[in-house]
Design a binder for this molecule. Structure first.
Ligand code: PEP
Length: 264
């Protein structure tokens, strides 16, 4: 298989607008869960950059569980992201939820994110695989690691091996956290695939107080990076405020990332 380790001696480094994600580095990706307006996005990006983030995350298309929840700004949000990239120099990672929007999103984004709810949307995977931009593939919340790697294979088959796997927590019986971060999945995926693996401690825990400990766990298990939510005013956030980091949290996170053990 294209994504499996068997035929690849070296682990893959994926470059996103020049920023590497792979075995020789640890990449901090941060930004708002959702793009809400230009000011909030710029402020969040500046917070992210000050903490050492080298890539900006932010959703313009939000796949929400409830149809009544904020669905994102669509193309307006993509334009805001492009302006904030211009202002901060941070390349942009953003989600695409519909195969028909792939070209539009790719025209603004540096990396296309496929979210947990779309991991097995094969038409979407094939479309993102064909458009020539790096892809962040989140693990389906109820998907096995094998299913996750098969989903990556759909992207790879279209000629795109610039894929980063993202463990973002899975459904278990446990209710204390929104999802259960499957930390072992990072090591298992690294054993099976040459693709980089990052962790999303924000969407797995769903709680601000868990982001730092889960990030430390990600660092310890050998993840190639983390992707975290930040917000200048989480109490006013239109999406996932309770998990967004604020300035003080980010300083602690930046310190944890700086204290990384030497890379193996
Ligand atoms: C996100 O990262 O914005 C997101 C919606 O994550 P997930 O698909 O993991 O729920």
């Amino acid at each position: 298989k294209l994504v499996s380790r068997e035929h690849h001696e070296r682990m893959t480094t994926v470059r996103v607008g020049g920023v590497p994600i792979g075995p020789d580095t640890f990449t901090l990706i941060a930004g708002p869960c959702a793009v809400e307006d230009p000011e909030q996005t710029l402020e969040a990006a500046e917070m992210a950059k000050a903490a050492g983030a080298t890539l900006l995350r932010g959703g313009a298309y939000k796949p929400r569980t409830s149809p009544y929840a904020f669905q994102g700004l669509g193309e307006t949000g993509l334009k805001i992201l492009a302006d904030v990239r211009e202002a901060t120099g941070l390349p942009v990672v953003t989600e695409v939820v519909d195969a028909h929007d792939v070209e539009l999103v790719a025209s603004y984004a540096d990396m296309l994110q496929v979210g947990t709810r779309n991991m097995a949307n094969f038409a979407l995977l094939q479309a993102v695989g064909s458009v020539g931009k790096p892809v962040m593939l989140k693990r389906g919340m109820s998907a096995t690691i094998e299913e996750w790697l098969s989903a990556a294979e759909y992207v790879a088959q279209r000629g795109n091996l610039d894929i980063v796997l993202c463990e973002r927590g899975i459904r278990t019986f446990e209710k204390a956290t929104r999802n259960t971060l499957d930390i072992s999945a990072v090591a298992v995926a690294h054993g099976l695939s040459h693709l980089p693996v990052v962790v999303d401690p924000s969407h797995s825990g769903g709680r601000r107080d868990l982001v730092l400990p889960l990030s430390r766990a990600a660092i310890a298990v050998g993840a190639d990076g983390i992707i975290v939510d930040v917000h200048p005013h989480p109490e006013q956030a239109l999406c996932d405020g309770p998990q967004a980091l604020v300035d003080g949290d980010l300083r602690a996170l930046a310190a944890a990332v700086r204290q990384l053990p030497p890379l193996l």
